[in-house]
Design a protein around this ligand. Structure first.
Ligand SMILES: [Zn+2]
Length: 295
């Protein structure tokens, strides 16, 4: 099956191109000057044509939140994301009780085989509950706590679909926690944190490789007892082995900061995400972050 996408601004690594994008059996074959005989033609009507977007941090869309813990919510969110160009996403939880986390794992398992039209699920991302109360942001501070092996080993054993876990590196037990994630091949991500540069470095050496929504809910240069300390943001710039996740909506990170990040870290170290919630793709009106019962 051959498909040709015409009249598109095709996004390439080095710029834009106006050619005809040809796909064979769902895979990009190349950019050509002519429409192949017998091809199904899609008119992009002057819009951008890009590879599928991979969203590794999203809480939902289309009126559904992954913490609703229903298969329907997972399918609804996946469909809405697909309509806006996402082909793979990582359902993300919020700080909550362990019971609700377990319920979300089970729902994820059931939703995967039923998700035939939406963006595919790549694995789960736990955002919390091991975060700093000083940088809780939109996370419910009732559920914040330190990483204890008695708890997280059980969570890890019960969720084989975990792809990523965001945590604050300054908490007691955090380096051991990051090392356990690395042992299991799970991305350890620094976020919602009041860490110093040194505490970030300890987490990086233990296994952290990513920063969760860079600039949002994280420490920068601070003065403590007349001494000045570099923080999480400075570490993110300094450490080439860390990728920086950005909510590039121009609001969480304004455009001058976006340019600064690109200038210092370069595009190979930057990952764009939506961090969207259930209101994404919906008309204006009130919305709830998190599960309907508890959000
Ligand atoms: Zn989030």
């Amino acid at each position: 099956m051959v498909t040709a996408i015409i009249n598109g601004n095709v996004i390439l690594p080095d710029g834009l191109c106006r050619g005809i994008l040809v796909l064979e059996d769902g895979r990009i074959k190349g950019i050509q000057n002519n429409i192949p005989a017998g091809a199904e033609v899609i008119d992009a009507e002057g819009n951008y044509v890009s590879p599928g977007f991979i969203d590794m941090h999203t809480h939902g869309a289309g009126g559904a939140d992954f913490m609703d813990c229903t298969v329907e919510a997972y399918i609804t969110a996946a469909r809405m994301h697909a309509m806006h160009g996402t082909t793979l996403l990582y359902p993300t939880t919020l700080t909550s009780t362990d019971e609700l986390l377990y319920e979300s794992f089970e729902t994820y398992r059931k939703a995967v085989p039923q998700n035939t039209e939406g963006a595919a699920f790549g694995g789960m991302h736990l955002e919390g509950p091991y975060f700093s109360p000083a940088f809780a942001g939109a996370q419910d501070s009732r559920y914040l706590r330190n990483p204890r092996p008695e708890e997280y080993m059980q969570i890890l054993d019960r969720c084989p679909d975990l792809a990523r876990w965001s945590f604050a590196p300054e908490l007691d037990g955090a380096p051991e926690f990051a090392a356990e994630l690395r042992r299991r091949g799970i991305v350890a991500s620094i976020g919602h944190t009041n860490a110093t540069f040194g505490e970030c470095d300890a987490a990086f050496r233990a296994g952290a490789s990513l920063m969760t929504h860079f600039y949002s809910c994280m420490s920068t240069i601070s003065r403590r007892n007349a001494f000045r300390y570099a923080g999480t943001i400075e570490y993110g710039y300094w450490q080439d082995g860390i990728a920086l996740e950005i909510i590039a909506d121009g609001i969480h990170v304004p455009s001058d900061l976006l340019h600064l990040i690109l200038k210092i870290a370069g595009d190979s170290r930057v990952a764009l995400v939506t961090d969207s919630m259930r209101a994404a793709g919906m008309p204006e009106g009130p919305s709830v972050l998190g599960g309907l019962s508890d959000g």
